[in-house]
Design a protein around this ligand. Structure first.
Ligand code: PGA
Ligand code: ZN
Length: 417
């Protein structure tokens, strides 16, 4: 039974305030959840509760902390910590809004994750095992950023994430080894060309490229420089995050100083798929361009993963709708987009029911919280996206995967297509 629920303000990887919730059981076991924060958010995500005003750029979370002590703690006191579904439903009802704006998606996801950790602690189980139940827990394939762009790098390039997937790896550790070499070689290559301008929000190299294709060429060269074979050992994954530069079917590519319509962007991306060893493309068209997403999925969905992030916002009914119209074939699963663990799981279940793949994902604003690694593994989601191979809010997640493989002996699922 839950004895106590406490909230405090901690700080995320951008140095901004965020909500940490700690749930303590009557037996003294406890669990902690910390809310992450996105920068390129979908319009239908659970809304964050921020104080506004001048302090910390308006991003303080005192109202969220007050909501936990005044409303959430009394609601949860005495409840069975293992009743995640019942607790999450009570949280959603207490909030009472369709987008969780009254109590905040940040407040709710931190609470929901803390309850989950407390339940696993109470059962004396590692979280992945608690989540897996009778099913096998399987380590996910990492999707790791090499160059950051878009909203995470001052819009220096239009595309947000240039990532790699070690599709030839047969263990989690090997996937990280391959990626470490590609990341290192990419940094070297950019330093030589004078196109390295630091690191972006998720730890990827901050590139000073003049065309989006220059990043793709540099990525292929980096894989080769790492003595790996593009397409066989390591392939490319992109997050276009096109809702950031496209609205109403018009897409403004700042780097190339052109405005494309939906069909033209679609054709450009199809050409990339044909020319480069790309295996996954996220948000190729904007969240409001369903026709474009359907067209793109029809064109390349048989060959590559088409991932919905801003368009699907970890929402089970949106996933089912997408499947009905034929948009995307893979769901990005971000717990704070949904707002509770139960709704996050529902989105994953909807993906499975539709025959869609799933990628559990971090946000650009992160902390040492490693819950998502356990979700991806315990639920056998298949893939995990955490950002780059630098900065410890990212490495904490990759290193947790290393532990689950080396210490707990979990099997690596490997890339399937
Ligand atoms: P965000 O971006 O966390 O800044 O919203 C991540 C993504 O688009 O996948
Ligand atoms: Zn995305």
């Amino acid at each position: 039974k839950i004895a106590q629920v406490a909230a405090r303000r901690v700080w995320d990887s951008r140095g901004r305030p965020t909500v940490e919730v700690e749930v303590t059981n009557e037996d003294g076991t406890h669990g902690i959840g910390i809310a992450p924060a996105g920068a390129s958010r979908g319009t239908r995500e659970a809304v964050e509760l921020r104080d506004g005003g001048a302090r910390f750029g308006g991003l303080d979370v005192q109202q969220a902390l007050a909501a936990v002590s005044r409303e959430i703690a009394p609601l949860l006191a005495g409840r069975d910590v293992r009743d995640q579904a019942g607790i999450d439903a009570a949280l959603v009802a207490l909030d009472g809004t369709p987008n969780k704006s009254r109590l905040g998606g940040n407040t709710l996801i931190a609470t929901s994750m803390a309850v989950l950790h407390a339940a696993a602690a109470c059962a004396r189980m590692p979280l992945w095992r608690y989540l897996a139940g009778a099913d096998e827990a399987v380590l996910p394939v990492p999707q790791i950023q090499v160059f950051g762009g878009g909203a995470h790098a001052g819009r220096r390039v239009d595309v947000q994430d240039f990532m790699v997937i070690a599709n030839g790896a047969t263990s989690f550790q090997q996937a990280l080894e391959m990626t470490a070499e590609v990341y290192r070689c990419a940094g070297e290559l950019m330093r030589e060309r004078g196109s390295l301008a630091g690191v972006a929000d998720e730890g990827g190299w901050w590139p000073a490229f003049t065309r989006n294709e220059e990043a793709l060429d540099a990525l292929v060269e980096s894989i080769e420089r790492a003595k790996l074979v593009p397409g066989r050992d390591v392939s490319i994954a992109l997050d276009i995050a096109s809702s950031e530069f496209g609205h109403g079917g018009r897409y403004k590519l700042a780097l190339e100083d052109v405005e494309l319509d939906s069909d033209a962007l679609c054709e450009k991306l199809v050409r990339w798929v044909e020319k480069y060893p790309i295996v996954s493309i996220e948000d190729p068209l904007a969240e409001d361009d369903e026709d474009g997403l359907v067209k793109f999925t029809r064109a390349v969905g048989g060959r590559v993963q088409v991932v919905g992030d801003d368009y699907l916002v970890t929402n089970a009914s949106r996933v089912s709708h997408a499947a009905a119209v034929g948009a995307c074939n893979c769901v990005l699963v971000k717990p704070n987009q949904a707002g509770t663990i139960t709704e996050t799981r529902a989105a994953l279940d909807a993906a499975r029911a539709a025959g869609y793949r799933a990628i559990v994902s971090a946000r650009s604003g992160e902390t040492e919280d490693v819950t998502i690694v356990h979700l991806a593994t315990g639920w056998n989601a298949g893939q995990l996206k955490v950002g780059s191979f630098a900065r410890s809010e990212r490495m904490a997640k990759w290193n947790e995967g290393v532990r689950l493989e080396a210490r707990d002996g979990l099997r690596f699922g490997g890339w399937q297509w």
